[in-house]
Design a protein around this ligand. Structure first.
Ligand SMILES: *Cc1c(COP(=O)(O)O)cnc(C)c1O
Length: 388
């Protein structure tokens, strides 16, 4: 019997160690891991540079309070500010905390300029922003909110693509629009660039804030550091997490100067957020991923993966409905429930994970090798051949 609560429908399998794109069981089985902790291990398992950085920092200093200056955090925030739209950063430990801090920052900004009633956030129905009370209510998912009442108010919802409803929802109480640039859990649904541009225009016109949740699609996953970069749009607030820690729990909310002006001393905090150990690792991940060569590799290898997947789709037009996504945030949409397909892939030693709309999410590490991609393609092809 397990003493872990039953809040996950866990598979029976467990792993004893990982290396790069692979996970190993204690019985000597080897799996190609294209889940990577759900887009978390951006550099795969046991990356030597991350091990080195962690070991070095572990001997020096793990944790001090944010009551003191933490140079490793100063360094990472500076790098982020230099590389992105952001002027200021607050470090957290997870994606839900980061999105929740994003909501807080938006509300606090309007409070700080004397508009405390401007506090409602507009979100996409059945999006995903985390599992805290506020973020499940932000998602507007009936399933995630069920049994967790009373409802946390302050969120309004429109369906993906329903621009008319979105425009109608904006009123004088609206503080921000918050969307995932690419909906991850929702089935790898991309908000097209023209739409992101439209969102930016709309927010600027209505003098409200644009929050782009890049927790899953950010940090190089799409081949750009942020998924929104292609659109040339500048958001006001961006929560990040997953990939930035390479497997170590790190989250952050990135803000422009205007928004950050509301976050004065005492307004927000986190005991663990941005501690020296986390920040040393975050710096190391950031340095590797932001190199031009690294991101170009993500672009090239992922383009190859997409085009080969599309060939498989053409071969099996009755099984695969669509290849979705960008970069290494890939969705293989089936015509029917994907559970059996995922299990069949696992039998062939390829790990993938579900998303909504019958989508199989394929999330290799960003430094995946071409022959590993080929190995995955072979398995997917094989499962399609046997699949009924
Ligand atoms: C995973 C995810 C979150 C929540 O992150 P946690 O670290 O699980 O709290 C928030 N937003 C998006 C888009 C995510 O994919």
């Amino acid at each position: 019997m397990s003493n872990l609560a039953n809040n996950y429908n866990r598979k029976k399998i467990s792993f004893s160690y990982g290396k790069g794109s692979f996970l190993h069981t204690k019985n000597g089985l080897k799996y190609l891991d294209f889940v990577q902790g759900i887009a978390v291990n951006s550099l795969g398992h046991a990356h030597p540079k991350l091990i080195k950085a962690m070991n070095k920092q572990a001997k020096k200093l793990w944790h001090v309070s944010n009551a003191f200056t933490i140079p490793e955090g100063e360094e990472l925030a500076k790098k982020i500010a230099k590389k992105t739209f952001a002027d200021y950063v607050i470090f957290q430990n997870s994606g839900a905390e980061a999105t929740e801090a994003a909501i807080k920052a938006a509300r606090r900004y309007f409070y700080s300029i004397g508009k405390p009633n401007k506090n409602r956030i507009i979100c996409i129905k059945n999006s995903f922003h985390g599992r805290t009370l506020a973020t499940i209510n932000a998602s507007g998912s009936k399933k995630m909110c069920e049994g967790f009442g009373p409802k946390v108010s302050g969120f309004d919802h429109f369906n993906f693509g329903d621009h008319k409803k979105l425009k109608n929802l904006i009123n004088k109480k609206t503080a921000a629009i918050m969307v995932e640039t690419i909906m991850g859990e929702g089935g790898i649904k991309i908000i097209p660039n023209w739409c992101l541009k439209g969102l930016r225009k709309l927010c600027s016109k209505k003098k409200i804030l644009l929050i782009l949740d890049e927790v899953q699609c950010g940090i190089g996953r799409t081949g750009d550091f942020f998924a929104f970069e292609q659109s040339k749009v500048k958001p006001d607030i961006v929560p990040i997490a997953k990939g930035i820690g390479g497997g170590f729990p790190i989250g952050a909310v990135l803000m422009n100067k205007k928004v950050a002006s509301g976050m004065t001393p005492g307004t927000h905090g986190s005991t663990f957020g941005g501690n020296p150990l986390a920040m040393k690792i975050g710096n190391t991940v950031f340095d590797i991923i932001t190199s031009k060569k690294f991101l170009n590799n993500v672009k090239n290898n992922s383009q190859y993966f997409h085009s080969e997947l599309n060939k498989i789709k053409q071969k099996f037009p009755k099984i695969i409905k669509e290849i979705r996504g960008r970069g290494f945030l890939i969705g293989l949409q089936l015509f029917k429930d994907q559970t059996n397909f995922i299990n069949a892939l696992m039998k062939e030693k390829l790990l993938t994970i579900k998303a909504a709309e019958n989508v199989i999410r394929i999330l290799p590490p960003l430094n995946v090798k071409k022959d590993e991609i080929n190995q995955a393609l072979k398995i997917i092809n094989k499962v399609c051949l046997k699949y009924k």
